[in-house]
Design a binder for this molecule. Sequence first.
Ligand code: HEC
Ligand code: HEC
Length: 205
Amino acid sequence: MARQVSPLHGTHNRMRTLTALALAAAATATPSYASPAATGTAPHRAPTMSYALQGQGGARGGGQGAPQSTPEQRAARRDSIAAVRAATVQDVMAQIAGKENQPASDVFRNVQVWKAIPAGEFVKNMDEVVGRGLGRGCNDCHVANDWASDTLPRKQTARTMMGIVSDINTTLLPRLGPGPGGRPRAIQCITCHRGGMASRNAIIP
Ligand code: HEC
Ligand code: HEC
C-alpha cells in the first residue's frame, strides 16, 4: 500500500485536458490492436514510432537508423499515436465500466506493480503516463486482445521501470524533503523518456 504512489500528481488536470483533446481527435481512429506494430515479433527492434522520432544523433547501432524527420512530422506522428491510444482507452474503460474504483489488481489479471491504483486511473495512466511518456502506442507493449500477456519484452522492461520509478518516488526523492509548495517530489516516465524524444546522445534507446 505505502509503496503505491499516484503517478499523476500535479500534472493531473493538464493531462486530463490533453486526453480530452486526443479523444476528440480519435473519433475515426482504428483500434490500436489493428496497428501493424501488433504483428511485430521483435519489439525492441521493431520500427515503431519512438525510433522513427529519434531523428537526431545519427544511425543506431546495427544500421537501424530512421531517416531524419521534421519537428512537424514528429508532432503529427505523436498526435496520431495519441489518438489511437485514446480510442483504445475508451474501449477498455467500457469493458471495466462499474469497476473503475476497485484496485487494478482486483479488476485485471496480471498487475504486479500498480496494484492499489483504482482500475480506471490505472488505464488512464497507461495512456497518459506510460504511452505519452514514451511516445508509444498500447501495442508496442501489449499483444492484441490479451492485455494480461507478458509476451513482449518491452512490457517486461516497462514493468521493471515502473518499479524503479516507484522506488525513486517513495524512497529516494523524499530525502530531499517536500517539493515546491510542499508537494511531494516525483519523477515520471516522461522525465527521462521525453515522450519518445530523448536523443540518442542520452542512454535511453
Ligand atoms: C511501455 C509499455 C506499455 C504501454 C505503451 C502500455 N502498457 Fe499497459 N501495461 C504495461 C505493463 C508493464 C503492465 C503491467 C503493470 C503492472 O504489473 O503493474 C500493463 C498492464 C496493462 C493492463 C492490465 C492487463 C491485465 O489483465 O493484467 C491493461 C488493461 C493495460 N495495460 C492497458 C493498456 C492500454 C489501454 C495502453 C495504451 C493506452 C497500454 N496499456 C500501454 C505496459 C505498457
Ligand atoms: C530515471 C530515468 C528513467 C525513468 C524515470 C524511466 N526510464 Fe525507462 N529507461 C531509462 C533508461 C536509461 C533506459 C535504457 C536502459 C538500458 O537498456 O540500458 C530505459 C529503457 C526503457 C525501456 C526499454 C526501451 C524501450 O523503449 O523499449 C522501456 C520500455 C522503458 N524504459 C519504460 C519506462 C516506463 C514505462 C517508465 C515510467 C514508469 C520509465 N521507463 C521511466 C530511464 C528511465
